[in-house]
Design a protein around this ligand. Structure first.
Ligand code: HEM
Length: 174
């Protein structure tokens, strides 16, 4: 008889009469791969935008006239403020859905490397959300000057690099 067991917090395997078989798509609820794909696409959109703003835009600043740069930043900012809230909604919504499947590991973060790294990843993601809210509020109040915006971007960039590293490492550290 086949049984669905959660061997480790993150490992779902089929256990049948012949022994243990590695992960099979049939063994995990359909919603998991769906949430994972949504989470991954949203992460690509978010991390890609941050990468573009920090590495590409900052890299061309000294080669472009100030006025041109200012109007480009204004236009990119308006576009980002229209799209990013939806991307973040998808990213965090799907992330929450995925975390529900790992609630066992998350309820005891010190019991496994996976639980600990996933917890740190989520805390970093919450900090990213805090940066986003801060930037939105500062913009509304008219306080988001170029220097502050640059600092927020660099901090978010460091956060997302760590988040992606943790998202992959957590599966290899017991
Ligand atoms: C800035 C925000 C975030 C980024 C950039 C991000 C990025 C990622 C990436 C790249 C993966 C690996 C996906 C894969 O292996 O295909 C991942 C996995 C995961 N993320 Fe996030 N994430 C973010 C926020 C969150 C939040 C807020 C939560 C939970 C509340 C969350 C929960 C998870 C979980 C549980 C996984 C493991 C899914 C799996 O591979 O089976 N993430 N994340």
């Amino acid at each position: 008889m086949k049984t669905f067991t959660n061997v480790k917090a993150h490992q779902s395997v089929w256990n049948d009469n012949y022994g243990t078989i590695a992960i099979k798509s049939a063994a995990i609820p359909m919603s998991y791969p769906l949430l994972l794909i949504l989470h991954l696409f949203a992460a690509i959109m978010f991390v890609g935008t941050v990468f573009f703003e920090v590495i590409m835009l900052e890299g061309v600043r000294k080669h472009v006239p100030k006025e041109v740069m200012r109007s480009m930043e204004g236009a990119i900012g308006r576009r980002a403020r229209a799209i990013m809230p939806w991307v973040l909604l998808l990213l965090f919504g799907a992330g929450l859905g995925l975390s529900w499947f790992h609630r066992g590991a998350l309820s005891m973060p010190l019991e496994s490397g996976f639980g600990l790294l996933l917890t740190i990843k989520i805390l970093l993601a919450l900090s990213v959300f805090g940066h986003f809210i801060t930037a939105m509020v500062m913009h509304r109040l008219g306080n988001l000057r170029s220097r502050a915006s640059q600092r927020i971007h660099i901090s978010v960039f460091i956060h997302v690099v760590l988040i992606v590293l943790l998202a992959k490492l957590m599966f290899y550290i017991g």
